[in-house]
Write a protein that binds this ligand. Structure first.
Ligand code: 2HG
Ligand code: ZN
Length: 467
């Protein structure tokens, strides 16, 4: 690194947007869960794509590696620098323009640092909907969601970020700005290169903007929380609704009594708004497109609950009740965090295999790992569960060997059912060992070749995804 590297960087982005002091760097150097403790050389906060390009050029020239970062809400350390004090964090949060909201073509072109919530609000202000929804949407950014191919609670109906992204703009390893912000649903012109950057976790380039599909929002929604006895009934009721009425279910979220107890203990939810406690809870949301459908659907749901042998169900009767039901689901991670450091597993299986996965995990977990509990919750409708190990006592640390054994046990169970060891959170720095263990060798080899072709000097996010 040449002695004037930092000076040139400051000239490129403005002195105030190069942070090098310890206090300024800390919020960018540590992940939100407080699990990783990185130490960067500095943090740059460009406000325009040209500044990102100049930053990349300077880094390439000086062999400085780059860690792109959005809202820093990731779960796998993909946006956290290592401890070497040699890596530069490029935070995109100042690039937040809505370049265009095209209500005729149903899409919006926005910069990487715009938060998901801001994007949702902008779409809603124009009568449309940006459907990607995750608990951290107030801070999580479009660029982060694209780069990690984020999922969340509406994937069942609208797909994940890959399904919602029409085009991207990215800065490549030599500082080239590649603009592929086309609004096309059909574009068969060779390899679909943007797909490499979507879910690429900043290892191939820096996504600086994206063109995102928008949808027409339903005229209203029916949201309910039900206490249920079996996970199988959650799946069969979903299939029943989809079979009779098509793709109207937006969310089908499951959580266990362990999640409910954590919410009670750590987040003040002494009672859920139900009459009793249950082994499992289902939070569902159905999109309605005709005024007046609410009453019909309220009846249908009660009837469906009967078939599920569920006699404890509450429907949201107002927007604030709806928000209260969602807050329960969205607080589960926070309730877990208050318990101590959890060992998270974000896995997916074919939806039909969900009951088998849960049975396999529950059958032997607590006899093998007596100091821990397993907290299962997630997006049961699309086959993605969070199977997290938490300490039984607040603040007790799960030892590294136990954590590794638990992870192997959970991932092996998912993979044995033709599932994945990472459904929506990505790989980051935390799951590279699992990549080596579970990813098919030819796929790993192709990924290495792609990385070498697009980032020959290895300046983008080393140590993430592939090692
Ligand atoms: C969710 O579904 C998030 O709430 C977080 O993906 C999952 O905290 C987790 O393990
Ligand atoms: Zn999730």
């Amino acid at each position: 690194m040449s002695p004037d590297f930092l000076e040139n960087l400051a000239a490129a982005v403005g002195q105030a947007n190069l942070l090098t002091s310890h206090d300024d760097r800390v919020p960018f150097d540590t992940d939100w869960r407080g699990v990783l403790d990185g130490r960067s050389l500095g943090v740059v906060r460009p406000s325009r794509v040209e500044e990102v390009a100049e930053t990349v050029r300077l880094c390439a020239k000086n062999s400085v590696t780059i860690v792109p970062q959005g809202g820093n809400t990731g779960m796998c350390g993909g946006a956290t620098p290592d401890g070497s004090a040699q890596q530069l964090v490029v935070s995109l949060t100042r690039m937040r323009a809505i370049r265009e909201l095209d209500i005729t073509s149903n899409c919006m072109t926005v910069e990487a640092g715009l938060s998901l919530f801001e994007a949702q609000e902008a779409a809603a202000g124009n009568g449309l909907m940006m459907p990607l929804s995750i608990a951290s949407e107030g801070s999580a950014t479009i660029g982060g969601a694209v780069s990690t191919n984020a999922g969340g609670v509406n994937v069942l109906r609208y797909g994940n970020m890959r399904d919602l992204t029409l085009g991207i703009e990215a800065v490549l390893a030599d500082g080239t700005i590649w603009s592929d912000l086309k609004k096309l649903h059909k574009n068969n012109t060779g390899y679909d290169l943007k797909q490499l950057f979507i879910g690429g976790e900043g290892t191939l380039g820096i996504v600086t903007a994206a063109c995102i599909k928008l949808h027409h929002p339903p005229s209203s929604r029916l949201t309910f929380l039900a206490g249920i006895k079996s996970v199988q009934s959650a799946l069969s009721s979903l299939k029943d609704i989809q079979g009779r009425f098509g793709k109207i279910v937006e969310s089908w979220e499951l959580f266990s009594d362990v999640s409910a107890n954590l919410l009670a203990r750590n987040c003040g939810y002494e009672r859920l708004p139900l009459q009793a406690t249950h082994p499992w809870y289902l939070l569902g949301e159905i999109a309605l497109y005709d005024d007046g459908d609410e009453d019909i659907w309220a009846e249908r749901l009660v009837e469906m609950a009967g078939r599920m042998q569920c006699d404890d169900i509450v429907l949201a009767m107002s927007q604030s009740q709806r928000e209260n039901l969602w807050a329960i689901r969205e607080n589960i991670s926070e309730a877990e965090r208050a318990q101590g450091k959890s060992i998270k597993h974000d896995v997916s299986v074919p939806t039909g295999a969900i009951p088998d996965l849960i049975a396999r995990v529950l059958n032997s977990f607590e006899t093998r790992f007596t100091d821990c509990q397993i907290n299962i919750f997630g997006h049961v409708g699309d086959g993605n569960l969070h199977i997290n190990a938490i300490p039984r006592e607040i603040g007790v640390q799960i030892g590294a060997d136990t954590a590794a054994a638990i992870s192997e046990f959970v991932y092996d169970a998912a993979v044995a059912l033709d599932g994945s060891f990472s459904a929506e959170h990505g790989i980051g720095s935390m799951k590279t060992a699992q990549m080596a263990k579970y990813k098919e060798p030819p796929a790993l080899e192709l990924m290495r070749q792609i990385k070498a072709a697009l980032d020959p000097m290895g300046i983008f996010n080393p140590g993430k995804v592939l090692t």
